[in-house]
Design a protein around this ligand. Sequence first.
Ligand code: ATP
Ligand code: MG
Length: 553
Amino acid sequence: MTPEEKPLNFLEQIIKADLEAGKYDKIITRFPPEPNGYLHIGHAKSICLNFGLAETFEGECNLRFDDTNPAKEDDEYIQAIIEDVSWLGFQWAGEVRYASSYFDQLYSWAVHLVEAGKAYVCDLSPDDARRYRGTLTEAGKNSPFRDRSVEENLHLLARMKAGEFDEGSKVLRAKIDMAHGNMNMRDPILYRIRKQHHHQTGNAWCIYPTYDFAHGQEDAIEGITHSICTLEFADHRPLYNWFIENLPVPAKPVQYEFGRLNLNYTVTSKRKLKQLVDENFVDGWDDPRMPTIAGYRRRGYTPASLRKFCDMIGVTKSDGVVDVAMLEHAIRDDLDKNAPRAMCVLKPLKVTLTNYPESKTETLTAPGHPQRDDLPMRELVFAREIFIDAEDFREEANKKYKRLVIGKRVRLRNAYIIEADEAVKDGKGNIIEVRARVIEDTLGKDPEDGVKAKGVIHWVAAQHCVDFEVRLYDRLFNDPAPDAGDKNFLDHINPESLQVLTHCKGEPGLSNVEIGMAFQFEREGYFCRDSRSTELVFNRTIGLRDSWAKIAD
Ligand code: ATP
Ligand code: MG
């Protein structure tokens, strides 16, 4: 299906209708992360959606940090989020924005509500407030502080702001309806006392607005037309609208909800990801096993593959669980088309080609990519001593094993056919070397004696190769739903999610590759140069076998 033929998702339909009805000249969306962790794959969906809608409808998308809770936020996260959104290939309109830069405006709107008799200072303890709130089936009770006069409320609010009261001793609440069927409408909290330093506003404030009081008003200040969030906020929409209706805001944004992305074998909660980092289950937020955008980048995922994945899963009005194999398919498909090929022997076994002269070498060429003439040819050196993978040799084997066996032939990829004569062993019986012969005149041809090779294996020349470390990554969790129900996700960590191989041997062209550069190591999988190590290290992005393509066929 071409993009033109693809049916519009429900948000595209709404926006198209709004534009056709002349409701807006231009749409403005926003991506509003809280800087309390690195972005994960769920955020990628929200980014692709919000920035994507702006692109499709020639509107704008803002990047706004929802930094109303100083306790858990950090500048490191702000920088990481900016980097991730840019890396995905999106550009926000104007400067990066901060909810905290609207604190003065939000406070004056709180005063406005107090003056209108629609907000009050409440001294109930958190426990009492919970008791007064009622339940889903029972109405709440009015706070004994609900009928304070406007003057008293204004005075108390000013004193809260001035830092005269302890944390937890007072809050500012909206005066709506303690019997409302929607619990969010039972006099929700607008401001809390938090005597904490804020990464943007320093010590200027000791009261901070709640998400509910801040979010819609921030949208209004920025002229957001379509404020898109995940389904769990649907119950907050009446409150969102109540503030917009009861405040002199400059615009009337509308909130829409979509289903969040859940992936099997994966946790997508910043809190849990932070725990994995803090408790050293992984090597930082950008560990290649983490489902963070930074982790995928270091693992070798491309922006195009993450965007493609977000496009494949679509946008719906219900939550669902997506098979992680689909994400793996997206990167495999991208790398299959674009990554140059190379040979790398992960578990080297020396093969001596006894009939090949010791002093001789030949330079052979191989295509950079079987279907891509635009990628440069590779130069390989052939010599008497080579390495093959230990898995590619057996002394004896049945017919299904199409690799090197004593007395049998195999083709060395891009080079000659060889035949094995003998396995050399150490004192413990381990095979340490194979002695074999080159079958003459078999470069790109079958042998004249008609005895063909059954299979093809990869190799490198022992004196003409690059030595490096390879990290084989696997899924971080071995349970499809590691944090479902009352499971503890830490109990389901895959103990084999990282396997480090040292002294792998790669073809000469791998010596000087750029950080992040991706390759298909033929017969092994897709790999990319690690960005953190100063030494040459390759991370396995993904193996060759595609379990999703099979399901999708
Ligand atoms: P987490 O629960 O991981 O902390 P969050 O929703 O609290 O995530 P925010 O920084 O508040 O994180 O989210 C920024 C935006 O990303 C919000 O609009 C949110 O709805 C969206 N988002 C977060 N997680 C997902 C997800 N799994 N799928 C789709 N969108 C998501
Ligand atoms: Mg949040």
